[in-house]
Design a protein. Structure first.
Length: 301
């Protein structure tokens, strides 16, 4: 019995020593892995068998590393977006501003007179409005992506709200000689929206058509689809290519076809984010030479 007890004790001690040695080795591996992650190697993972003592700790640390890498990736993407914004801002603001100053200086110094002077001033006025429009979009984008952005979500009768928004666009359509068809049923549709954000969505989509589609017809339709309400905005413009269509809602993306050089590349990105923040969905279908259809969907209540 004494010999057996001694034998069991020795085996127990040896097993404990082996386990302790294994745990110590794994802790060293964890320390090295964390050091690698700290140095920027986010692909490093800690390996451990499911039956080992440190397995729960290893799995938890791996989840933390993955979460850290995902957050770091978002930070890098934000930094790249901000860098692109600054580059875009430098070009899209400085160039028209320089041109605007040039026209005003020519009129002010008397370099042009009479009818030419009036044309210079009118051109400067249009460029000033273009510049204001760009700055407004830029401001909206920064506001939307700031921590201070908030919405006042309330129950809204979207059919009547949409009619009120579109009334202001009718003179614009007529002035630009664009044929329009607005089909909004008398049936009320109640949804939860931020009214200002919905107005921005509709205005941005219409402005996008006017600025880039080269369309002479536009149709705006509202309809019930199952438990949702859909707002469809269709045009007969030049359309958007399949490759561009994949990126149409990305920040700063400008199509080589289907859109002119004018624009910030932020308008549709703002629309997409606003729709998502109100639990909605936006899709787009287009064919080159045949036009484009944007569909905005919100759940009914």
């Amino acid at each position: 019995m004494i010999v057996l007890s001694v034998g069991v004790s020795i085996i127990t001690i040896l097993s404990a020593c082996f386990i302790l040695r294994r745990v110590r080795k794994q802790i060293m591996e964890m320390t090295e892995a964390l050091h690698d992650v700290k140095e920027g190697n986010g692909n490093r993972r800690i390996l451990s068998a499911a039956n080992e003592l440190v397995a729960p700790l290893a799995y938890e640390m791996n989840e933390i590393i993955v979460s850290y890498e995902n957050r770091l990736s978002k930070v890098r993407q934000a930094e790249e977006t901000n860098r692109q914004l600054m580059t875009s801002l430098s070009h899209d603001v400085r160039t028209p501003l320089t041109t605007l100053i040039g026209y005003l200086d020519a009129a002010h110094k008397g370099i042009v007179i009479g009818k030419d002077r009036d044309e210079y001033i009118e051109t400067a006025r249009r460029k000033a409005y273009d510049l204001k429009e760009y700055i407004d979009v830029l401001f909206d984008w920064f506001k939307l992506n700031s921590d201070e952005f908030s919405m006042e979500i309330e129950v809204v009768e979207i059919a009547e709200l949409t009619r009120n928004i579109l009334i202001d666009w009718i003179p614009v359509f007529e002035d630009k000689q664009i044929e329009y068809n607005i089909d909004i049923p008398e049936q009320p549709f109640r949804v939860k929206l931020d009214m200002d954000s919905y107005m921005r969505i509709l205005n941005n989509l219409i402005q996008n058509v006017l600025a880039h589609s080269q369309a002479d017809r536009i149709g705006i339709t509202m309809q019930k689809q199952n438990e949702t309400v859909q707002i469809l905005l269709a045009d007969n413009g030049i359309g958007i290519g399949k490759e561009d269509l994949k990126h149409i809602f990305e920040r700063l993306y400008k199509c080589d076809k289907g859109r002119s050089e004018k624009g910030s590349g932020l308008g549709l990105s703002i629309v997409y984010q606003l729709v998502e923040k109100m639990n909605g969905k936006i899709t787009v279908e287009s064919e080159e030479g045949k036009g484009t259809v944007f569909t905005v969907t919100f759940p009914l209540i």
